[in-house]
Design a protein around this ligand. Sequence first.
Ligand SMILES: Nc1ncnc2c1ncn2[C@@H]1O[C@H](COP(=O)(O)OP(=O)(O)O)[C@@H](O)[C@H]1O
Ligand SMILES: [Mg+2]
Length: 371
Amino acid sequence: MSFLRIQSLSKTFNRVVAVDRLDLDVREGEFFTLLGSSGCGKTTTLRLVGGLEKPDGGEIYLGDKCLVSERQKVFVKPEKRHMGMVFQSYALWPHMTVFENVAYPLKLRGIKGNEAEKKVAEVLGLVGLSGLQERPAPALSGGQQQRVALARALVFSPRVLLLDEPLSNLDAQLREEMRRELKALQQRLHITVLFVTHDQIEALSLSGRIAIMRAGQLEQVGTPEEVYFRPATPFVRDFLGKTFLLPGKIVQITEHGIRVEVQQVGAAPLALERTHLAFSANGLPAVGQAVMIAIRPEQVALSGKAPDREQNVMQAELQSVQFLGDRCEYTVTFGSETRVLVSPATQRLKAGEKVFLELKSEGISLWPREG
Ligand SMILES: Nc1ncnc2c1ncn2[C@@H]1O[C@H](COP(=O)(O)OP(=O)(O)O)[C@@H](O)[C@H]1O
Ligand SMILES: [Mg+2]
């Protein structure tokens, strides 16, 4: 059931279209992420939802309540939307203590005295900052400031939490720690989160569903596994993780799967089962059709010995190895193609050796190709 519903939302700044007729449905209790590169309209979308910007067109609903509609001339003020917001910069008030910062949204809503103190203490406990009430905001570390910003967004028990790249300003180790805490907190509170990030790892690890955003519109909405293994568009395929492409041709289609000849490689055709077929409904794959075989490099098993099975194995020559600590990058050549693969750094393979590439059907997607 949809909880936070966005319909045909648009916003333009001096002829720059930031959000372009965007539709979105977020369910109650869901951790929903907008993922996209810088400038694709994530922050603007979040600010429109929070009421910090007015849209040029479109509607936003929370449950049955219309929050904004150009057409119906509705605009609910930010503080009446029941939404807590955390910005990338935290935006704490530097002249206030931790307590004053966190209590501020309560003051705005007419909650004072004992009740306010109780709520602040509770939420500071929740984010692990008990005892820091009287600390001036500037005397906090980055991670602590982040927690204060989160406490301030949560203190009035909002119905939705809006988070704009809240982890981006933390160093790598702290970011990972906060990521896990944020997930745990969301699951404990069952709160609906609309999260914005350009970081795929954050999006994949935190979200119930992800919307991949591009130029103010959505490319695909799905679970992390869906968008990663079953990308709907070439943009999503190439944006998330790594992929290498090989030209191929369909030679057989049976009820079990599809056989595809890899062109210019000289290997036996691949037998693909449970492979993602990225074809539109009216363009189903046909025998003889030219396709692109898209392979996740981490789904290819590389070894110096011939594997037991022969199906979906290609021979290659190892050009170079780059040691990355926990894994290695292997540059391999097969036929006239050269590609980079990633494998655990457990095998001792050297440049110039013959190697075998074992492809997993599940790590492959098949795409129509022109010509
Ligand atoms: N207040 C503003 N005035 C002018 N242009 C803006 C403003 N806010 C955003 N934009 C433009 O709108 C587009 C989307 O920006 P933004 O929503 O901040 O993207 P993101 O958060 O995905 O990086 C960008 O081209 C940006 O330059
Ligand atoms: Mg932004």
